[in-house]
Design a protein around this ligand. Structure first.
Ligand code: GLV
Ligand code: MN
Ligand code: MN
Length: 422
């Protein structure tokens, strides 16, 4: 891309963003349904490959389908940056894609500055970060980090019963090859993920860019309530085994416990069978998403919901089971690297006190942090809304993010992470 040599990262970001935004956008809601291996996901992966190749980067899919676009020959001491392109159901434009487009724009910015890295730089796209199709989040990074078994992933099913293996194969990738990739991670000196902020902390400051401190422990639990279908109009209340009732108690318990512990607990996905207006349901399956600043508090919330669900299920003659589907312990990003990023970001910031923020949102960076020195940058979100078509970031804040990321990458490429930082 010859003209990329002379333009700035913010300029190329705008062009990329204009190309990316329409891909897979729902014309009614304005949201996205980009989920692992579906049509919209294939489109955005193709967009990434084209954009990276146009920059002369060497694009490779790893054994798990994650994409790596290399500036320089892959090898030890590499710096990697990126995020994900998949969305939650009807998700926003920024969660994930902002970090990917900003990473490519940061490459343009560094080239425009005349930088020739002496160590390789990779721009990465991790698969199925949201778990929007197969239920378990951060599948691409978890597989690569060896934190989930390939057998389990191959067998995960989507809402229509299609397995991960079938979907991956249909998208042209070998599902038998998936698994841990310790060499890929051992070659990385650092990983940095830029992400839209999913809260309003930066909006309360003059800062367009912040640095991550920690990710709350969080997880997903599947709750199954099994009762007996019957006639809604004729079945006496005392004769019913209605799974909707303990389910409702569990939802309210989750909310009450989250309030009590200043945490988060949400039930946002449920499947009701047979889902008829005039039939008592035979079963309800629902997913609890719970997050807390502290692992013991998270356990207390989940145990509390389980107790209420079990007790009210018994009272209504309903069977109940609850299983954990994913769990991410507390991630405390390395203080040394975090402080180094904050110092770099401060050089363009409105004042030197760059915000350092914890979050309840999960990220691939949180999975990689146990294996590679890892850090995150957040770009201000004017409303804080995320996982919604209403998710936003101002163009000028996105530009500040690109420049901050370029500064951070330049710094990391010039000086490896030392022991105290990683
Ligand atoms: C991912 O965005 C999550 O925190 O659910
Ligand atoms: Mn998300
Ligand atoms: Mn994300």
């Amino acid at each position: 891309m010859s003209d990329q040599q002379t333009v700035s990262g913010p300029e190329t970001f705008d062009r990329m963003w204009a190309d990316l935004v329409p891909l897979g956008r729902d014309p009614d809601s304005g949201g996205y349904h980009r989920h692992a291996w579906n049509g919209a996901d294939t489109e955005v992966r193709a967009w990434f490959t084209e954009a990276a190749v146009a920059r002369g980067l060497d694009v490779r899919a790893d054994r798990n389908g994650n994409l790596w676009a290399w500036w320089g020959t892959p090898g030890p001491g590499a710096v990697a940056t990126g995020s994900h392109l998949d969305s939650v159901p009807d998700g926003g434009a920024f969660d994930g894609p902002l970090g990917v487009a900003s990473a490519l724009a940061a490459v343009d910015e560094l080239r425009g500055r005349g930088l020739t890295p002496t160590r390789p730089l990779a721009v990465t796209v991790f698969v199925e970060e949201e778990g929007g199709r197969f239920g378990v989040p951060c599948l691409g990074s978890r597989l690569t980090a060896g934190e989930i078994s390939p057998e389990r992933v191959r067998g995960l099913t989507d809402a229509s019963g299609t397995t991960w293996a079938q979907a991956m194969e249909a998208a042209g990738h070998d599902p038998h090859a998936i698994g841990a990739d310790p060499e890929a991670l051992a070659g990385l000196d650092a990983f940095v993920e830029l992400h839209v902020e999913q809260g309003r902390a930066l909006e309360e400051t003059p800062h367009p860019v912040g640095v991550a401190s920690a990710i709350w422990p969080h997880g997903r639990w599947r709750m199954d309530f099994t009762g007996r279908a019957d006639h809604a109009g004729t079945t006496r209340l005392s004769d019913r085994s209605d799974p909707m009732l303990p389910f409702a108690h569990a939802v309210l318990a989750a909310r009450a416990l989250a309030e009590e512990h200043d945490a988060r607990a949400t039930v946002a996905k449920a499947r009701i069978a047979p889902n008829g207006t005039n039939a008592i349901p035979s079963s309800v399956s629902a997913w609890l998403d719970a997050r807390a600043a502290d692992g013991a508090v998270l356990d207390a919330i989940v145990d509390g919901v389980r107790e209420v669900a079990a007790k009210t299920a018994r009272e209504h003659g309903v069977e109940h089971a609850m299983v954990n589907e994913s769990l991410t312990p507390l991630v405390s990003f390395s203080h040394g690297l975090r402080d180094r990023l904050a110092a770099v970001v401060a050089s363009r910031a409105p004042d030197p006190r760059v915000p350092v923020l914890p979050t309840g949102a999960g990220h691939d960076a949180g999975v990689l942090a146990a294996h590679v020195p890892t850090a995150m940058l957040y770009v201000r979100n004017p409303t804080g809304v995320s996982h919604s078509p209403h998710e936003r970031a101002r163009p000028e804040d996105c530009h500040a993010g690109v420049l901050a990321l370029a500064d951070v990458l330049q710094d990391l490429l010039e000086r490896p992470v030392d022991e105290g930082e990683g």
